[in-house]
Write a protein that binds this ligand. Structure first.
Ligand code: ADP
Ligand code: ASP
Ligand code: MG
Length: 408
């Protein structure tokens, strides 16, 4: 008998039929003697629908009101799933984030969990109930509803598993595990039996949205056994682990991630003097715009070019700030490009393998793909390329680093 926290994503609860199928699946665990706490997302497409409703009223809705709106999606699914469970004689009770209570800070639309009171959940579990909790939401100290950022139900599940000291946190989704790259882009992508926390955090933050980054960080920090599995077919999925098994240490690259959510900005011909980077980036960060990659060239004529990337949704604002900076610093011009993509290779094995970057660059150049920016860490190499080549780049790298199912 185990204590399991299971999270079912949007597609898995996308219709009432699917909700009933999930209820049947949960009942099997319960009949097997396991205690189960369930976390659900909104039905697929619902959060986007709510966002577009708010967008039709206001370009900049207040975070507080947006969270009241967005949290309704999950409230629908918890009630429906509890009804479906009760119908098949699997007694169940649903809770919103506030009712549990999942307390967060007050950063609306990207709140962080600070505390969870699990007394009620424990009482219900002891009474033999299946507890169904709304993902993605909490309440701040003033009882305002908050949400945890897109994909945040994963984090709700991991946080509950951590405080309940669950035996495993199982993320049920529409793919049967974590693959070497998005299986919807590369047919020959291979499911991994295991991936390390370190690699999963990199993959998630570089664009593989199969798990929310924060959920993986949380699981790593609190030692929560975390597994990604399919809602629709049986299998053992992918376990996120602390260490790689020995035989896997030979692999330099374990996955390819990509992200179309960024945009690139360049300021050309700025004076190459101390303090220039902060003069360019300070006004950007003052606008609460996060910067990802940064490249500054060496200037021969006491002038330099400075390039950085931001989230695509911040592109227009960042460009107008940079236009101002350009005037102030007497730079030649400010330019921008929102049709870029970031493609990354990830692997803890890179630490012990030389030449991985060279191979990556060669492979891309053989396909005629120009690299616009590069950034590296111990276990990843990212490049910025023209967005139109992203799928070609991902497929080519995936096969060049022998990640395909048939070559593994
Ligand atoms: P859910 O609604 O269940 O949370 P998501 O859409 O958030 O599901 O995450 C699952 C999706 O993640 C898959 O459908 C897949 O297209 C995508 N994905 C991206 N990269 C990967 C990867 N490396 N392995 C598996 N799935 C991936
Ligand atoms: N419903 C929210 C979203 O679409 C949270 C989640 O699904 O995890 O982002
Ligand atoms: Mg998700």
């Amino acid at each position: 008998m185990a204590l399991l926290v299971q999270k079912y994503g949007g597609t898995s609860v996308g219709t009432t039929e699917r909700i009933e199928a999930v209820a049947k699946k949960i009942k099997k665990f319960k009949d097997n003697g396991d205690d189960v706490v369930i976390v659900v997302s909104a039905m697929s497409g619902e959060t986007n629908r709510l966002l577009s409703l708010s967008g039709s009223i206001s370009d900049e809705p207040e975070g507080r009101e947006l969270d009241v709106l967005l949290s309704t999606g999950e409230q629908v699914t918890i009630a429906l799933l509890s009804m479906a469970l009760n119908k098949i004689s699997c007694p169940s009770k649903s809770y919103t984030g506030g009712q549990v209570s999942i307390r967060t800070d007050n950063a609306h639309t990207k709140a962080r969990i600070v505390d969870i009171d699990v007394r009620k959940l424990r009482e219900d579990l002891d009474a033999g109930l299946v507890v169904v909790v709304a993902g993605f939401q909490g309440v701040d100290a003033e009882k305002n509803i908050t949400t945890l950022g897109r994909g945040g139900s994963d984090t709700t599940a991991v946080a509950l598993a951590a405080v309940l000291e669950a035996d495993e946190c199982q993320i049920y989704t529409d793919v049967d595990g974590v693959y070497t790259t998005d299986p919807r882009v590369v047919d020959s992508a291979r499911r991994m039996d295991e991936i390390t926390f370190e690699e999963m955090i990199e993959m998630a933050s570089l664009g593989s949205k199969v798990l929310q980054i924060r959920a993986v960080e949380f699981a790593g920090k609190y030692n929560v056994p975390l597994r990604v599995l399919s809602s629709f077919k049986d299998g053992s999925g992918t376990l996120i682990t602390v260490d790689r098994g020995n035989e896997m240490e030979q692999v330099a690259v374990s996955g390819v991630a990509f992200n179309r959510d960024e945009a690139k900005l360049t300021i050309v011909g700025v004076p190459d003097i101390p303090g220039i980077a902060s003069k360019i980036l300070r006004p950007i960060s003052d606008q609460n715009i996060e910067v990802d990659m940064i490249v500054q060239n060496v200037g021969l004529d006491k002038k330099t070019d400075f390039t950085f990337t931001v989230h695509r949704s911040d592109y227009k604002r960042a460009k107008s700030v940079l236009d101002e900076v350009c005037k102030k610093l007497g730079a030649e011009k400010a330019m921008g490009d929102s049709n870029i993509a970031k493609v990354s290779i990830v692997g803890v094995g890179m630490r012990s393998h030389a030449g991985v970057a060279t191979k990556m660059f060669e492979v891309l150049s053989d396909e005629g793909i120009n690299i616009q920016m590069i950034s590296t860490s111990e276990i990843k190499i990212s490049v910025v390329i023209d967005e139109k080549y992203v799928e070609l780049a991902v497929r080519t790298l995936h096969s060049a680093f022998d990640l395909s199912a048939e070559t593994a």
